[in-house]
Ligand binder design. Structure first.
Ligand SMILES: Nc1nc2c(ncn2[C@@H]2O[C@H](COP(=O)(O)OP(=O)(O)OP(=O)(O)O)[C@@H](O)[C@H]2O)c(=O)[nH]1
Ligand SMILES: [Mg+2]
Length: 280
């Protein structure tokens, strides 16, 4: 299975992001903590240039703290800071505002010397479904942006006033024009950053089983199966364990595939990180 998804509107989103970059003070770069490296979009690097960045390891509730910590250390350097956040927990994003003000201290002080209260503006960027809009709603304590459990929910940029001195810009999730590295593409598909319509659910579930067999005990714990080393057989075993049977009596592996992917995405297999900080 070769995964690629870069619809026309993403090109437009990248252009708009570039235009807006000139008028913002900082970047809130939202990464899914389950696959931080895969969420770092090579197209963003040039656009961000030397703006201060807050790498936000979002969905931190879905991974072990000990797995996120090395990413925080790795991503914090120079004018970049990294934080871990669960955007679904009330008040959890307060740390972002405080980091933003400290990254922009020079501008704040400069304006203050002239008797002006600076307004800090930040752009929120990231791959689809990483939780950008949820994070913004959390920052302002109100549902000001539309969120949803699938890729491509936000379709246009939207400014949101958090306080009189802090404004953030929600942007549509953007992927890479070319997903050359299929390992990255798979991770993005596992975490729901690629539209399901362009994916083969059955093949994706087999890849996820292969990945989880190698790296965790999740399959044994969730489904009570002993991974055999053959993903096709394992998916059948999962279907039978869950009572997913076709009319003819054989295992319904299509439904089992959808269940495996859904279980992973909803965190029902436990706290699993797909990419450790030291691995690449
Ligand atoms: N468990 C958990 N779920 C989260 C977190 N942040 C967001 N979500 C969920 O992730 C899904 C996607 O959230 P959105 O805020 O719509 O993501 P987005 O990055 O704005 O997505 P696009 O607009 O498509 O680019 C929603 O179902 C959220 O409830 C988090 O910190 N933890
Ligand atoms: Mg959104």
């Amino acid at each position: 299975m070769t995964i690629n998804w870069f619809p026309g509107h993403m090109n437009k989103s990248l252009r708009e992001m570039e235009e807006r970059m000139r008028m913002v003070d900082a970047v809130i770069y939202v990464l899914d903590a389950r696959a931080p490296f895969s969420c770092i979009n090579p197209s963003f690097g040039k656009i961000i240039a030397d703006k201060p960045v807050i790498y936000t390891l979002n969905k931190a509730d879905m991974v072990k703290e000990s797995d996120v910590k090395p990413w925080i250390d790795k991503l914090s350097a120079g004018n970049a800071k990294a934080v871990r956040v669960n955007s679904t927990a009330s008040g959890a994003t307060k740390i972002i505002a405080s980091k933003l003000f400290s990254l922009c201290a020079e501008k704040i002080e400069r304006k203050k010397a002239r008797g002006i209260n600076a307004v800090i503006r930040a752009i929120v960027i990231g791959v689809p479904n990483s939780g950008k809009s949820t994070l913004i709603n959390n920052m302002c304590g109100k549902a000001k942006t539309i969120t949803g459990n699938k890729a491509g929910v936000t379709r246009a940029q939207q400014w949101v006033k958090i306080t009189p001195y802090l404004e953030v810009l929600d942007t549509p999730g953007t992927l890479y024009p070319k997903l050359d590295d299929q390992k990255t593409a798979l991770n993005l598909a596992f975490i729901g950053s690629i539209r399901d319509e362009v994916l083969d659910t059955y093949e994706l579930a087999l890849e996820l089983i292969r990945k989880l067999t190698n790296e965790t005990d999740a399959l044994r714990q969730r489904y009570g199966i002993t991974p055999s080393g053959n993903a096709v057989d394992d998916l059948s075993a999962i279907a039978l364990k869950r009572g997913l049977i076709c009319k003819g009596g054989e295992a319904d592996t299509e439904r089992a595939a959808a269940a495996v992917i859904d279980d992973f995405r909803k965190g029902r297999m436990g706290k699993i990180i797909l990419e450790k900080a030291g691995a690449r």
